[in-house]
Design a protein around this ligand. Structure first.
Ligand code: NDP
Length: 280
């Protein structure tokens, strides 16, 4: 039931029809009995700025931001959290009552929450981590591990210059993809933050066997839930963390930012998301 007082939030991206965020947030809203609704917004790249600015001081409480707008979202905001500034990207915009926009990045929190949930005892301070990819996801992961006290973040990317651009800002070491085996030496975790492995795309050809046997392997891609990358890690008996846990992990603090309270624990949004993945 939509009322005159319904709180409105949503997710903006292009494309957006595949987004699972509306299902997660609306499920939490219903379980919490909050008079709120969470809707998808598809916006063309040339209209993104106008769209966001037009919501200043309006009754939309906030937006999640997804591809390809995370960088632009940060630039449009009046204020940003340290973690959004460090990541150079925002996945959350909160519209304040005074008409200003606050940007945050909860992707890193989601990543660490996913490790805590699916690799209990994982300690980000215990050794170096390798991140594959150098896009927004990789940058967010690098910022999160660095902020969590990881002693060295290694960025491994097909285009090495992009990896270097991240380590220039955050520290750590940059590698080309062909040197992944060197980057994997002694790591406590490897995170795939490339889009390789997405439904229909090929596996990322990196030598996971070069990781120590205790390393945790994570894939940000969650469609399929067990990507070829995670399947190879499992075959090598590495502990694995899936991208769905991260997706839900980043949505928790987003919900709190939009509706002023954490989502209810009793709503099993992972089961809901798995059903949606099965159908799609
Ligand atoms: P970007 O498009 O910004 O970056 C993609 C990266 O993948 C680039 O570094 C690119 O390398 C690399 N890449 C693409 N294809 C290949 C390939 N075939 N072989 C090697 N490298 C490749 O994407 P994002 O960083 O925003 O997102 C990355 C992935 O993480 C996406 O699949 C996204 O859906 C997922 N994601 C999941 C989240 C979650 O909550 N689970 C949150 C954020 C992202 P190059 O620089 O050389 O082009």
């Amino acid at each position: 039931m939509i009322s005159g007082a319904t709180l409105v939030a949503g997710v903006v991206g292009n494309p957006i029809a595949h987004s699972m965020s509306p299902a997660l947030h609306n499920s939490w809203l219903a379980a919490a009995g909050i008079d709120g609704v969470y809707v998808p917004f598809r916006v063309t790249p040339e209209r993104f700025g106008d769209f966001v600015v037009a919501l200043r001081g309006a009754s939309v409480t906030g937006l999640n931001v997804t591809l390809p707008f995370k960088g632009q979202a940060l630039e449009l905001a009046d204020r940003a959290s340290d973690r959004a500034s460090m990541a150079g990207a925002a996945n959350v915009l909160v519209f304040q009552a005074d008409g200003t926009i606050f940007a945050d990045n909860t992707d890193g929190l989601g990543l660490l929450a996913a490790f805590a949930e699916q690799a209990p005892g994982f300690d980000p301070t215990a050794g170096p981590v390798a991140i594959l990819g150098a896009g927004g996801g990789a940058r967010g992961a690098a910022a999160a591990f660095t902020a969590a006290g990881c002693p060295q973040v290694r960025i491994v990317n097909r285009t090495q210059a992009k990896a270097q651009a991240i380590t220039d800002v955050l520290g750590g070491e940059a590698f080309g993809l062909h040197r992944a085996a060197v980057a994997f030496e002694g790591v406590i975790a490897v995170v795939n933050a490339t889009s390789a492995g997405l439904a229909g795309e090929g596996d990322l050809d990196v030598p996971l066997e070069a990781t120590p046997s205790g390393a945790v392997v994570m894939d940000m891609v969650y469609k399929p839930l067990v990507t070829p990358f995670l399947a190879r890690a499992r075959a090598l008996e590495r502990r694995t963390v899936d991208g769905l846990a991260m997706l839900i992990g980043q949505a928790v603090p987003s919900f709190e930012a939009f509706y002023g309270r954490p989502p209810p624990r009793e709503a099993d949004v992972r089961a809901l998301a798995l059903k949606i993945l099965e159908r799609s």
